[in-house]
Design a protein around this ligand. Sequence first.
Ligand SMILES: Cc1cc2nc3c(=O)[nH]c(=O)nc-3n(C[C@H](O)[C@H](O)[C@H](O)COP(=O)(O)O)c2cc1C
Ligand SMILES: CCCCCCC(=O)C(=O)O
Length: 394
Amino acid sequence: MISSSSHFSSLLFLRKLSHTVFVLFRMQGRWHLSRSMFSEYQKLAKEALPKMYYDFYAGGAEDEYSLKENVEAFHRITFRPRVLVDVSRVDLSTTILGYNISSPIMIAPTAYHKLANPEGEIATARAAAACNTIMVLSFMSTCTVEEVASSCNAVRFFQLYVYKRRDVAALLVQRAERNGYKALVLTVDVPRLGRREADIKNKMISVQLKNFDGLLSTKVANDKGSNLEALANEKFDASLSWEDLAWLRSITNLPILIKGILTGDDAIKAVEVGVSGIVVSNHGARQLDYSPATISVLEEVVHAVRGKIPVLFDGGIRRGTDVFKALALGAQAVLVGRPVIFGLAAKGEYGVKRVIDMLKDELELTMALSGCPSLKDITRSHVRTEREQLHSML
Ligand SMILES: Cc1cc2nc3c(=O)[nH]c(=O)nc-3n(C[C@H](O)[C@H](O)[C@H](O)COP(=O)(O)O)c2cc1C
Ligand SMILES: CCCCCCC(=O)C(=O)O
């Protein structure tokens, strides 16, 4: 990782290769190739994991166009920093749905943490507590709702998929509520599972999830392709629609956020049905390939919402600069998926904490260098989007 250092006598170029930003720099007379901390954790995760699991975590849908775009669209946004602002103290703290957290960086819901580390979601939750941030526990968690709740004092939200067996979804919601989860995050972009070709080739497994013991089986074992795809086809309710928000509200008192919004039109509907927030997300590019990079649609959604509910964001966050860009374009906070999993696979709870701390440190530096002592100082005019750059050339 490159840190601020006077040892660098030259910095040759920045170039994008897949998810990795390489910087060739000259230090003490020799050329070195550096990579971001994210890609170092990704590399460690790849070494630590069986290929099937690594491919599941890292992969996207079909051609993986959106997977690359989620990351690369950030690279096309530049800064408009302000100088001579007192940044001797930089405050990253914020409030999400009334909960104070140390920075606007939260943990996205991701499935199957025990495939990355034997402690599973408990390790992730403990890292969230240590970083004083919010973890969104996946509906497809390998630890139970109760185990994660009793493992630490992290503020936890619970992500919900709606199974055809609505009674099972309702039971999980009630267990989450009883165990102190503070909000529900309804994921709406998986009526069917995206075509993840690595998982199909690897015949990705689906394990029995303890949350559903005694309720239904989540283990599918066939050798025809992705068992996850088979499970989703068997269990997920593809008929879920806007009308079902009323049903969800009738079974819980928790605030409901909708995750998976990509257009202003759907954002307006979300406000109309009365949810407490939305997450702009394309599911880490694992569902509809050629869906837009999430950062490229954030502003459209923010404008449509007109400040009525908080807009959260995920997809492609790999650097503190990415967090800053999302906030400048109107997100209240961001969620990170793969970086957390790679931290978990590489170094367990410590790895997750390191990944979050690294993003926080980078965000703090970005704020200082942009002249923003607090999050409210980050404005739209601190970034220049690709469209603005093109416009200025006309
Ligand atoms: C391995 C993996 C598993 C995921 N599982 C879930 C899940 O169970 N529920 C959900 O709503 N989203 C899930 N997601 C999507 C994430 O919540 C999030 O939208 C995405 O990872 C953000 O992109 P990023 O990985 O580039 O940070 C998953 C993503 C990955 C990579
Ligand atoms: C049976 C479907 C499993 C989905 C696994 C979690 C998820 O959302 C993902 O993107 O992967």
